[in-house]
Ligand binder design. Sequence first.
Ligand code: MTE
Length: 340
Amino acid sequence: MLIRSPKPLHPRESEVTDHDAWLSRRLFLKKGVAGALAASTGGAGVLLAGCETTAVTARNSDGKLELGIVKPNKSYLLPDTITEKAAATTYNNFYEMGVLKSDPRENAHLLKTAPWSVRVHGMVDKPADYQLEDFIAPHQLEERIYRLRCVEAWSMVIPWVGFPMADLIGRAQPTSKARFVKFTTLLDPSMLPGQRTPVLDWPYVEALELKEALHPLTLLTVGMYGEVLPNQNGAPLRLVVPWKYGYKSIKSIVDIEFTDHRPVPSWTRAAPNEYPFYSNVNPSVNHPRWSQARERRITNIPRGLDAIGALLEPKIETLMFNGYPEVAELYRGMDMTRLF
Ligand code: MTE
């Protein structure tokens, strides 16, 4: 199994681009490319991803966590307009911070993400309890722009900062018996006040088959928009699985367990007929209570929208596997005509 050679957490000074400079260059490029495309396409989608040619450094606002070199991965270009950061960080689902879309932003300050530890255990040859910095340190961070499709029929396009889950799996060295990976969110009602209400069976749990976790698209993320993850988006460590409905992309992870039996994710436990284990985006299989054929793409701050409001204007067609057909091989022989 592939073990990546350790890389320094801190980049050489010459390799670093100041974040503000990076952002303003990026906005400049966005405007330039957008203008050119709008002129030629009448305002259709903007190609933004991968414009940068140099590496960047991402830091959080108080400088506690330095992510080091972040390279844009040009294999993940999308012809979609990137969602504005202001929208992606104010319209959220994070039930541990409240059930309204605005609650996570309002309660985000309660979550303390430093120090943060992550346990990797179960059927692995290299179990470990890591401090977050040590967990991240050996991995080469990259930026990838992915679609995020919520089961509620809204979607966004987000530039994540992270590393492939497959790299962590290489480090943990699962035994031949491991078949699933279970992820668990922090349980602490003092920092996650939504856990005082039994909306779900806390802590939030999600899981993948090991072969899904190994797929190159599966990303462990520590940042977005060139900065560390905001708390409302799942700081300091979040899974992103772009071909599945958004609830599989579990936030604020403290525990990663390799196991031989299929874990029951929180939403699957709550309503197995509505939120089954695989939950691959599939426009031809409706949620029992609404259509999944179309979605409302959020590109800027939605005003006056709540979870129901997001269902009102599903204008664009939802793509099979959210537009990531390369994952189809994982499900060969499985019945895709029902919710599974
Ligand atoms: N992870 C935890 N721990 N708790 C949650 O409530 N919500 C999920 C997912 N991860 C959720 C979670 C759902 S339903 C979605 S659509 C996405 O996070 C939303 O991510 P965003 O707020 O960054 O857009």
